[in-house]
Design a binder for this molecule. Structure first.
Ligand code: ZN
Length: 284
């Protein structure tokens, strides 16, 4: 099943995408895709309800804005340097243990809402990533048990202001957390929708030119290991987002580096997880 949230920012309602591609309103089943929804087998309950309702479910006009497929989570946990080629272009080695960092949950935005350059930004960069949405509370889970705690997968662009991230002292969080820096969606795909999460092509273009062209096959640390690993340090709550790292081709890796400016258009997609489009606008 594919879950969407639609409507104006802050007023999104839950919906689903039918196999024929039509968008349908599911707000009669649940007010939103909250942590409580995921933590109580919401997707399975919703699937049964949707099957009963069938084409009686109200259609959503395709011009409707999509929000993030999940509302604001308790945390967005990101993995750094999880692709060999990206570590190399960044001049760093693949770490022996995953690098974890947080991204502010207020950075979350819809897949096509656009990117707002933060004030003073000169090095805003893109990072296509596979995001995992946590289904059940996770604490000290084994790698073998980890897959049963996944609610689904989403496309994510882990926007990063490199000067804020790397030249302003302290943690990476400064360069990762600006408003609009976490476009998620267009939909959440439940695990049954994805035949092999370790074989998904991922691509990103800026102004029509391909910058990133990779595959989740090259993830150094795979999803079950990452969930198990993170759960040794913190409790993952239903609805939390884990972003698993980006392949080569970020702006930082070009010589000279390439960064975004107002008017640029960023397009990206992961096989089976849809596409996003962001127009870059100036700081306000
Ligand atoms: Zn990243």
């Amino acid at each position: 099943m594919k879950l969407i949230r639609f409507g104006p920012p802050g007023q999104e309602r839950p919906g689903v995408i039918f196999p024929d591609g039509s968008w349908r309103d599911a707000s009669a089943f649940t007010p939103d895709y909250t942590g409580e929804f995921f933590g109580t087998d919401g997707p399975a309950r919703l699937a049964r309800w949707v099957a009963q309702q069938g084409s009686a479910l109200p259609a959503i006009p395709p011009s409707t804005r999509l929000g993030s497929p999940v509302p604001r989570p308790t945390k967005i946990v990101c993995i750094g340097l999880n692709f060999t080629d990206h570590a190399k272009e960044s001049g760093m080695a693949i770490p022996t243990e995953p690098i974890l960092f947080f991204k502010s949950t207020s950075a979350l935005t819809g897949p096509n809402d656009g990117l707002e350059l933060p004030r003073g930004s000169v090095k805003t960069d893109w990072e296509i990533e596979l995001a995992v949405i946590v289904g059940k509370q996770v604490r000290y889970v084994s790698e073998a048990e980890a897959p049963s705690h996944v609610a689904g997968y989403c496309l994510h662009n882990d926007y990063s202001e490199r000067a804020f991230q790397l030249e302003r002292g302290g943690q990476w969080v400064k360069g990762k957390s600006c408003d609009t820096f976490a476009p998620l969606g267009p939909f959440l795909a439940t695990p049954d929708e994805i035949a092999d999460v370790n074989a998904l092509r991922m691509w990103l273009k800026v102004n029509g030119q391909t910058k990133q062209d990779g595959t989740t096959a090259n993830l150094a640390f795979k999803v079950p290991f990452l969930i198990s690993y993170i759960s040794q340090f913190m409790t993952l709550e239903p609805g939390d987002v884990i972003s698993t790292g980006t392949p080569a081709g970020v702006g930082l890796g070009f010589k000279p580096p390439q960064y975004l400016k107002a008017g640029d258009v960023v397009e990206l997609g992961i096989a089976g997880l849809g596409e996003q489009r962001q127009v870059v606008r100036p700081a306000t």
